[in-house]
Design a protein. Structure first.
Length: 472
């Protein structure tokens, strides 16, 4: 072939080469066309399969009243579980604020006044807004609204995560806010409640770190509305004629005082404890822990005798005076008289006088002096020898109430709060004892770790029933 082409003239040789390559070029073109056609067919078949397998959902919104723009339709996501078909009822059960009537039953069952909540894009009720009326219905509830998968009508921006304030409008209107979309998806129990906003509160900014995603309308009854109006009138009076007497001002702001409530009488079962060996904040936490233990078991709290407090009476005191060897009592920093109106409380001396014969108390609760404050005293030694102590440090143990089995089987169980902690309980044998002792910093062999009751008391005891937890 090379000799033949070389013998040819140049023009004939070029035509020969072009003719010899033409079949090859046609074959490559056919392969490319065929591949494209096959790929297109595969894509079409795959899309058809997806449409057949996951049909588009139906809008979950309902027609808005005349003159009010309807919310954007929500298409059901194929990745999320489908909700069971059920009648539209007010199935959510928010934590009922004082004087609130829950929106249960069919939407048309009660005639409520016109109410709405307006969501704003920016704090201070500024920027683009989105208004929701109390006639709105979601799949799981009536008189409610989920911001999940909804958008501002103007910009088309998603509401979830992009709204910063709200205003409730309408007579007697209250809107509770939740951290989960209870109207669209099914969640167990009543978890996720954040707070409630009333119509007379005006513009309210939300916590952008934990923004609500579910809103539920509620209704004040007439008595609450009248009470709110009278409170508003009283507030207006104070604005026009402000109180200038300091004693009267102190009485007004001292909301925690309950002078008419009687003092709780002492029982014949007790919780004793020792002051923590650390500074004031540690002493406070240990005191709160002892209060919770006595309240949960219905026992009388016995206060330790006065003694030196670290960084207050001794230790490397940096401010407020020189080194001293004084004594400090719990009543100097805590309102014990007020505490006695909520639970029975007595002093160590009163406990000794009441029970020295029955319990065989051999040491009187005398206050040690000087450096003895930091060590053991006859009173502390006697309490341990007679009643031992509970190694229930909240950092290493969690108390389950009323028992471990009942809490673990309850719907109120929280696995997150149980992680890394040993489970303990007030067993029947422990509750049968006259005295339950918590020897802060004075365990056997000087062991302080599990005998120091530090940390937040909110999770020191976990209750199987919400009513008990809420009372705490």
């Amino acid at each position: 072939a090379r000799s033949t082409s070389a013998a040819m003239p140049r023009s004939k040789r070029s035509r020969f080469l072009r003719a010899s390559r033409k079949p090859f070029r046609c074959s490559m073109f056919r392969v490319i066309v065929a591949s494209f056609a096959i790929a297109t067919l595969v894509i079409v078949c795959f899309l058809g399969f997806l449409i057949h397998k996951f049909p588009p959902g139906v809008s979950s919104s309902v027609p808005a009243p005349p003159g009010i723009p309807s919310p954007v339709s929500v298409i059901e996501s194929p990745r999320l579980p489908k909700l069971p078909k059920s009648p539209i009822i007010g199935s959510s059960k928010p934590k009922k604020p004082h004087g609130v009537e829950l929106a249960t039953g069919n939407v048309k069952e009660k005639r409520w006044p016109a109410q709405s909540v307006i969501l704003y894009e920016k704090p201070g009720c500024k920027g683009e807004k989105y208004e929701v009326h109390n006639t709105h219905v979601e799949n799981n509830c009536a008189k409610c609204f989920d911001v999940c998968q909804k958008k501002f009508s103007g910009s088309g921006r998603e509401i979830q995560g992009h709204w910063r304030s709200l205003k409730v409008v309408g007579e007697g209107a209250i809107v509770s806010m939740w951290a989960i979309c209870k109207g669209t998806w099914t969640y167990p129990g009543d978890e996720g409640y954040i707070s409630s906003v009333q119509a007379d509160e005006g513009c309210k900014d939300i916590n952008k770190e934990w923004p609500p995603v579910h809103l539920q309308f509620h209704m004040k009854d007439e008595s609450q509305i009248s009470s709110a109006k009278s409170e508003l009138e009283e507030e207006t009076q104070y604005r026009k004629n402000p109180i200038k007497n300091t004693v009267e001002i102190l009485e007004k702001i001292s909301y925690w005082k309950e002078p008419d409530k009687p003092i709780k009488p002492a029982t014949t079962e007790y919780v004793t404890f020792l002051k923590d060996c650390g500074g004031f904040n540690n002493i406070r936490m240990g005191f709160e822990h002892a209060i919770l233990m006595a309240w949960a078991t219905g026992r009388t709290l016995v206060l330790p005798p006065p003694e030196g407090w670290y960084l207050i009476d001794f230790g490397p005191i940096k401010r407020g005076g020189s080194y001293s060897k004084g004594m400090t009592d719990f009543s100097e920093y805590f309102d014990i008289d007020h505490l006695k109106r909520g639970m029975p409380v007595i002093t160590a001396q009163e406990f000794y006088d009441r029970e020295k014969d029955r319990l065989g108390l051999t040491a009187e609760p005398k206050s040690p002096s000087g450096f003895e404050n930091r060590g053991k005293s006859p009173w502390k030694t006697m309490l341990w020898d007679k009643f031992n102590g509970q190694p229930w440090s909240p950092n290493k143990r969690v108390v389950l109430w009323p028992t471990i089995d009942e809490y673990m089987a309850s719907s109120n169980k929280n696995d997150l709060l149980l992680q890394g902690k040993g489970k303990v309980e007030f067993s029947s044998d422990l509750l049968a004892k006259t005295v339950i002792h918590f020897p802060a910093c004075h365990g056997p062999n000087g062991d302080q770790g599990i005998y120091r009751y530090l940390g937040q008391i909110a999770n020191a005891v976990l209750f199987s029933k919400k009513t008990k937890r809420n009372r705490v």
